[in-house]
Design a protein around this ligand. Structure first.
Ligand SMILES: Nc1ncnc2c1ncn2[C@@H]1O[C@H](COP(=O)(O)OP(=O)(O)OP(=O)(O)O)[C@@H](O)[C@H]1O
Ligand SMILES: [Mg+2]
Length: 205
């Protein structure tokens, strides 16, 4: 059975105006097993594009995990990770070695004193194990909007996992706000994505 956690307001791909070519490219990239990073200036239509793509491609995934960062909450460590994995924690728990599970639980619940310094390796490996455990049941699509506001701890953990997931059916579909057309800011985010990620720049319609 397909599971889509925190399914947002629907956005039908056929209602997306003026993005047909980029949408087709991004769809092809996902269909070939790669990941997609959408970027562009404020208000250009990134979230709309992301939602439409997630709506269409997510239908083929077994598990869809989502997070959408906000500026006012970006100081909260592990928040994005909690959004992504909080609802599947019970399911993945039996597949994690106990040191990893303890580290992940304290990070996600905010109860323990988890930190990247103290639990660094256990936490990184826990996120990797969690995604691998989910992927063993079927393709996973991880949808993350507004990466520029992702809390740094979650960004670090996701980047660690993303670089090690080659050959595993876990795909990322992300969006990040970048400024001028010359901007290479998205490079930093691209480096935190799986190696086979295509960047899609949205310009004015
Ligand atoms: N292709 C499109 N056709 C028609 N309307 C669109 C399209 N893309 C975006 N819009 C509309 O433009 C507005 C801004 O879009 P959206 O929120 O997706 O931008 P964004 O790039 O995610 O903005 P932000 O940088 O603030 O996150 C929304 O009202 C959306 O409905
Ligand atoms: Mg947006």
């Amino acid at each position: 059975m397909r599971r889509d956690f925190q399914e947002p307001a629907r956005c039908r791909p056929d209602l997306l105006i003026g993005r047909e070519e980029l949408f087709a490219d991004a769809r092809e990239q996902l269909a070939s097993g790669g990941s997609v990073l959408v970027h562009g200036p404020a208000g250009i239509g990134k979230s709309t594009f992301l939602r439409a793509l997630a709506e269409e491609y997510g239908a083929t995934a077994h598990t869809v995990l989502r997070c959408s960062a906000t500026e006012s909450e970006s100081h909260l460590p592990f928040l994005a990770l909690a959004d992504l994995l909080g609802l599947v924690l019970d399911e993945i728990a039996p597949h994690l070695p106990s040191a990893q599970l303890t580290a992940l639980e304290s990070a996600l619940t905010g109860r323990g004193e988890s930190s990247l310094q103290r639990d660094g390796l256990a936490l990184r490996l826990a996120v990797l194990s969690a995604l691998r455990a989910l992927a063993a049941r079927g393709p996973v699509l991880l949808v993350a909007d507004d990466l520029q506001w992702l809390d740094p701890a979650s960004a670090e953990l996701l980047g660690f996992a993303a670089r090690r997931l080659e050959g595993t059916p876990v795909q990322l579909l992300c969006a990040v706000r970048t400024e001028g057309p010359e901007s290479q800011e998205y490079d930093r985010h691209l480096r935190a994505c799986p190696p086979d990620t295509a960047a899609v720049r949205l310009g004015p319609l």
